[in-house]
Design a protein around this ligand. Structure first.
Ligand code: G
Ligand code: G
Ligand code: MN
Ligand code: NA
Length: 255
């Protein structure tokens, strides 16, 4: 069976494609979870657990992308709907493949899924990367504005790794900037990486956007981020990605 045929099968049965969830936290006094990112995993019947890097590229270049994107959104919104019934009011972030934004039916389908699960549009954050701007601008502009109209939020993921990071921010109205973990990793030893982090934090704040440093793994990185004025972080140092049952305990503060 080809990988793609197996994806088709996995989309049709329960429990093969699952989501793990990773909190993002506020840096500084109080801390606290500000949002949760959904990350897909494939519990493959023979190959064990596959990571998105093992299979998302294949899906992206196939006719299964639409089904896959809707599957992940459906599962993520089901999780968020469960939180709401427990009195937990936290936004959920879903990663979108850049190619999903070429799909003119996506906004109506997301509207239907929000409705189905009873999740407020502003509780959904769509994470997109700067590479979206590279292709077919007019279709993407229409999809992005229809999604904006719906009231969902946008985050720019892996910020700083694209060819035109600054142009992206002028073209796409985002609510949040996620600083790529390469800069966070480099920042303790490299003055250059630290300068990029500081400048990105400053830029985000001047534009009125939230900012999250990704891939924070050490107390030292947390200290440097705090010194650089960064207000949000995500990474193994705070919380690893975890299954839905576990995230509820974290959100209730029973860590
Ligand atoms: O934990 P991690 O290995 O899950 O994620 C690796 C990469 O896969 C990241 O760039 C992440 O944005 C991407 N990714 C994770 N989950 C999804 C998903 O549901 N859809 C898409 N398109 N990408 C995802
Ligand atoms: O590209 P995106 O930001 O969506 O990627 C999320 C990826 O980062 C997932 O693969 C997730 O498992 C991974 N991740 C989350 N926290 C950390 C961390 O502290 N360090 C590293 N190296 N990866 C992390
Ligand atoms: Mn992401
Ligand atoms: Na990222």
């Amino acid at each position: 069976l080809s990988l793609l045929a197996e994806v088709r099968e996995a989309l049709a049965v329960d429990d093969q494609l699952t989501l793990v969830l990773q909190p993002a936290v506020r840096l500084g006094e109080g801390g606290g979870v500000t949002g949760v990112e959904a990350l897909v995993r494939w519990n493959h019947p023979r190959r064990g657990t596959l990571m998105p890097d093992d299979f998302v590229t294949v899906i992206e270049h196939s006719e299964l992308l639409g089904d896959f994107t809707r599957y992940v959104l459906d599962r993520a919104l089901a999780v968020a709907a469960g939180w709401a019934t427990e009195g937990l009011d936290v936004p959920i972030a879903v990663n979108l493949s850049p190619r999903s934004l070429l799909d003119a039916t996506l906004p109506a389908d997301i509207a239907a899924l929000l409705d189905l699960h009873g999740v407020r549009p502003d509780r959904l954050v769509l994470e997109i990367t700067e590479t979206v701007v590279m292709s077919e601008l007019s279709v993407i502009d229409d999809v992005l504005s229809a999604l904006r109209e719906l009231g969902v939020q946008f985050a720019v993921d892996d910020f700083g790794t694209g060819y035109s990071s600054l142009t992206f921010l002028t073209r796409v109205a985002v609510d949040e900037v996620k600083i790529d973990r390469a800069f966070v990793r480099g920042m303790v030893e490299s003055a250059g990486a630290a300068a990029i982090v500081r400048t990105t934090v400053d830029l985000a704040h001047r534009l009125g956007l939230r900012v999250i440093a990704e891939g924070v793994e050490t107390a030292e990185q947390r200290a440097v981020l705090t010194a650089l004025g960064c207000t949000g972080a995500q990474g193994y140092f705070f919380h690893p990605p975890m299954p839905p049952e576990r995230i509820v305990e974290v959100l209730h503060g029973l860590t």
